[in-house]
Design a protein around this ligand. Sequence first.
Ligand code: GDP
Ligand code: MG
Length: 212
Amino acid sequence: MTSSNSQARQQQKFKVVLLGEGCVGKSSLVLRYCNNKFNENHEQTVQSSFCSKRLNINNQRVLLEIWDTAGQERYHALAPMYYRESHGAVLVYDVTDMDSFDRVQLWVKELRKVLGKEVVLVIAGNKIDLEKEKCVTEEAALEYAETVSASHHYTSAKLNKGIDELFLDLTKSMLDAAQSNSATSRPNRGINITSTPNETQSEQKRGCCGGK
Ligand code: GDP
Ligand code: MG
C-alpha cells in the first residue's frame, strides 16, 4: 500500500436515527441489521439504544452509529434531542398501516426543517412479508419519496429482506454528502463512539403494541 491510500482508509463515522410511528418495526430492523435476530412477540423499546455497524465501501471504512427510538414517537417534544446531529435518518412505516405512512411525512417535514437538506433520508416500507395486507401503494410511496429527495426501500425485519440494501444505499449517500460538505469546509460534527461492534445497548422492553 502506498501513502496515497491512507486517506481512503480513514474511518468515516455517521450517526443514523430511525423514526416512525410506534410498532412499525424500527427496533426489529435495528435488531435484524446489527444482531441478525427477530422477535415475534410484541415488545417495544422504552429506553434509548444504539448499535454500531462497520462497513467497507470501495476501500472506505465506515462506522454507522444507529440509534433506535426510546418511544420518542409518543413523546414528540423529546425527538430533537434524539435526531440532533444525524447524518442520516430511516423513516419507517408499516405497509399495512396508512396512518404510519402519513406519520412519515410529518417526520420528514420536521427533519428537513431542523436539520436542513444535509440529512440523508431513506424511507422504509416495512413488513413487506404482509404483502397481501398492504394498503400503501408502491406508486404513492415512490412518488412521495421522490418529492422529498429520499430513497425508498421495502423491508421485512421478519424475513431479513431489503435491510442490508437499505443501509448500504443510505451509507453511500451519506459518503457522497460528506464529500460535498467537506468541499465547503463544514466543521466536523464528531461523534464519540464507545460501543463495541454490533452491540445493542441499554435496551429495556415492555409490552407492545396494544399496550402503548
Ligand atoms: P417499533 O415500535 O417501531 O420499534 O416496532 P417493533 O420493532 O417493536 O415491532 C412491533 C411489532 O411488529 C412486533 O411484534 C414485531 O415482531 C413486528 N414486526 C416488526 N417487523 C416486522 C416485519 O418485518 N414483519 C412482520 N410481519 N412483523 C414485524
Ligand atoms: Mg421500538
